[in-house]
Write a protein that binds this ligand. Sequence first.
Ligand code: HSE
Length: 442
Amino acid sequence: MSQAVQSVNVGIIGFGTVGSGTARIILQNAGLIERRTGKKIILRRIADLDTERDRGVAIPQGVLTTDAFEIINDPAIDVVVELIGGIEPAKKFMLAALKNGKHVVTANKALLATHGTEIFTEADAQHRSIGFEAAVAGGIPIIKVMREGLAANNILSIYGIINGTSNYILTRMTKEGAPFDMVLKDAQRLGYAEADPTFDIEGIDTAHKLTLLASLSYGIGLSFDKVYKEGITAITPEDIAYASELGYKIKLLAIAKVVDSEIELRVHPTMLPEDYLISKVDDVLNAVYVVGDAVGETMYYGRGAGDMPTGSAVVSDIIDIASRGETSCERRGCSFLNAAQNAGTGFKIKDISDIETMYYFRFTVVDKPGVLSKISGVLGEHNISISAVIQKGRREGEAVPLVVLTHKAKERDIVNAVREIDKTPVVAAKTRFIRVEDKEYN
Ligand code: HSE
């Protein structure tokens, strides 16, 4: 495809939720896109093992095939859109498409976060683009923001709610006091969850997306293995109620921030002051809050999943590729990876035990005199300062929850203190702790 060509031929591999949305947008909005951009997007082929099921989109005759290689090997196709997800055969298809001179557009965050180096290297070798706007926060154009809109900034921090399933679960647990398992089943029934919901609820999907955002922002390559990952499975309605009493919401947050010239990269349930804008992002919605040294605070909000929102991001990548052509790709580097690394930041990634933040503890302790002083004594010995304590009810001699909020403390000290406290006979169950991000008290 040269810059002079006014039309772009597209083949989609994977006719599931996002594939259907992408096809619908191309077919419905082709006229609008052509008027707006001067580019005609032609949906030439769609490959899926199931060509019979009605997806509610009228696909012209001869477009559907069961063989992905009819797209990959079709000389007329300029852009291959990979929407099957997972590692294989998606990786094989992408590499073959690049080798055949196709540009690739994908929503596959898992593949790019874990095997992206190989794929972007091949794209660079072939002078072809990989569009992955749809891989992070669905319809929110956050990749464009990081690559272009904020290109003049040192990115100081990124806080994201970028997994709709876990946000939906935490929102319903918060609003209804509903237990985790019940809400997860609803999320699966409604089609929000990944094929394997472990990726959603254990923070893995969030970490895939954070890997891509952080790589763009900090020139640290694709560092998925170095992202600290903790999911929401251990959060109870009780924790959520205590958080609320203390003025906080619990959200599964992706965090990347520069601290002492190093990068913190972490995904975990986080207590946030309930009056923060991002704390108000509920249900399946996503939001990314980015602070740049020039621009200051910014926030991007929208649907992070679903056929049409994610399709919107896929089609924007196709338009982008059609508009930029090959020369622009050569100038800027087809691979965002090299472009980001050339920025030369290359920060060291902090180990989770080196971070410092505030913490919420829920101890399960025997209700008898001297217990609080025993626990606060151990915390004090580990340099952990208490800012609030809640203990309700009275069940003498029985186990009760004791909730403690701390000032800023070191994670290493927190872990050591919990280990020591959990060995004492006054503790009846494993202590839970949740990290708190609060500008006011940090
Ligand atoms: N399972 C993902 C989510 C879909 O819940 O956000 C979009 O990546």
